[in-house]
Design a protein around this ligand. Structure first.
Ligand code: NAD
Ligand code: UDP
Length: 317
């Protein structure tokens, strides 16, 4: 009889992955965390290391792996532009070869497999808010292409393994996610602004700050990922997961300065190549099919994240 008990989390030592591992252990699953610790860290999973149901396997998914599991979450891939652009060829290999290896494993052991895809598949969108039916506007040769096209190829691989080999797949299109355990130096806007505000230094806005994003708290995201994995409906396409509360980057800077009670000023730098102008998920599909929607407000989630970085900055100063 197939169970759902033994779960592989590729990328489980990263930001979202470590919260997912914790939630799975709390739900009584056995978790095998596979990670090469490129952008993840052992300290993210420190509390789980002694747990009898948790195992860390240091491995690069670009190399095949032979394991017996019931479910596979594929989160292995650096997520921040700074990290994924530092070795773009490796980012493509992780998304393409790594995904083939995990899909091959899922096919062999008949495990259900979920892909952590991204809103980046929509590129710099002309359609707003973004629905799953929108095909996107991605520059295939720009600086973000290693990630965007890598993730698009991974979606295509998932769908073809499903069509050709009847692999039981799920695809989550994750929108900007934030919370404790974000990497402090990964250059992402929430971590940069919070660390900058706590240190009292200037916050750097790229462009004029009118570009928008919609930020989802990590606990809400993990709830969405597990709901999608556990949904027995069968694959009917990718599902957006994110928080539709949209905010401009300029407003985010002002909000974080206010919540930290900081005297930080704001500086402006040029906008990076292909930086999307607007982003907001249409989550009606997830609401309808999974009964899922995020519950954390941006202000409350930011307060929790500020507390986390406050401890980190204090401990390292
Ligand atoms: P992260 O960088 O913190 O986590 C990624 C993890 O994958 C790290 O632990 C890293 O060491 C591991 N990894 C990278 N390459 C690997 C390889 N070749 N073999 C084994 N392990 C490898 O990023 P995150 O923010 O936790 O994102 C997790 C997943 O969610 C990623 O796939 C990312 O693309 C996706 N996602 C994240 C966001 C977000 O806002 N954080 C948005 C959209 C999609
Ligand atoms: N950004 C910024 N200052 C920073 C970091 C990022 O103005 O210190 C901007 C960035 O140009 C983008 C937005 O904030 O418009 C979100 O950036 P992030 O890298 O967090 O996510 P992504 O661009 O991948 O959505």
């Amino acid at each position: 009889m197939r169970t759902e008990n033994r779960v592989l989390v590729a990328g489980g030592a990263g930001f979202i992955g470590s919260h997912l591992c914790e939630a799975l252990i709390a739900a009584g699953r056995e978790v095998l965390c596979v990670d090469n610790l490129h952008t993840g860290a052992k300290r993210n999973i420190e509390p789980l290391l002694g747990h009898r149901a948790f195992e860390l396997y240091r491995h690069d998914v670009v190399h095949p792996l032979y394991l017996e599991v019931d479910r596979v979450y594929n989160l292995a891939c650096p997520a921040s532009p700074v990290h994924y652009q530092s070795n773009p060829v490796k980012t493509i290999k992780t998304n393409v070869i790594g995904t083939i290896n995990l899909l091959g494993l899922a096919r062999r052991v008949k495990a259900r497999i979920l892909q952590a895809s991204t809103s980046e598949v929509y590129g710099d969108p002309e359609s707003h808010p973004q629905r799953e039916s929108y095909w996107g506007r991605v520059n295939p040769i720009g600086r973000r292409a290693c990630y965007d096209e890598g993730k698009r190829c991974a979606e295509a691989l998932f769908v073809e393994y499903h069509r050709q080999n009847a692999v039981d797949i799920r695809i989550a299109r994750i929108f900007n996610t934030y919370g404790p355990r974000m990497h402090p130096n990964d250059g992402r806007v929430v971590s940069n602004f919070i660390v900058g505000a706590l240190r009292g230094g200037p916050l750097t806005i790229y462009g004029d700050g009118t570009q928008s994003r919609s930020f989802c708290y990590v606990d809400d995201m993990v709830r969405g990922l597990t709901a999608l994995m556990d949904c027995d409906e069968g694959f009917s396409g990718p599902v957006n997961l994110g928080n539709p509360e949209e905010i401009s980057i300029g407003q985010l800077a002002a909000l974080i300065i206010d919540l930290v009670g900081s005297r930080s000023s704001v500086e402006y730098r040029p906008l990076p190549e292909d930086d999307p102008a607007r982003r907001r998920p249409d989550i009606s599909l997830a609401e309808r099919t999974l009964g899922w929607s995020p519950s954390m407000t941006l202000e409350e989630g930011l307060k929790k994240t500020i507390d986390y970085f406050d401890n980190l900055v204090l401990n390292n100063s």
